[in-house]
Design a protein around this ligand. Sequence first.
Ligand SMILES: [Zn+2]
Length: 77
Amino acid sequence: MKKLSLFIFLNLIFSCSKSSNDSFLNTEIVYICNGLYSKSYHLDKGCEGLRSCSTEISETTLESAEKKGRTLCGYEH
Ligand SMILES: [Zn+2]
């Protein structure tokens, strides 16, 4: 458990420096929660919005996430 929170913490640090880059390619990896009511995708695996995900989190490309009707999560606008 301790290891997992360290992992999330490190992820947050790295994603912060990444988020200044505004050019999103369609092949960029995004994260989606497989929950029934999830309608967004996340650029950051440690995103606040993903923490409430009660099911599995999958990696996918931005393009395929948008094809599924997912939109960028509210925390990352
Ligand atoms: Zn998010």
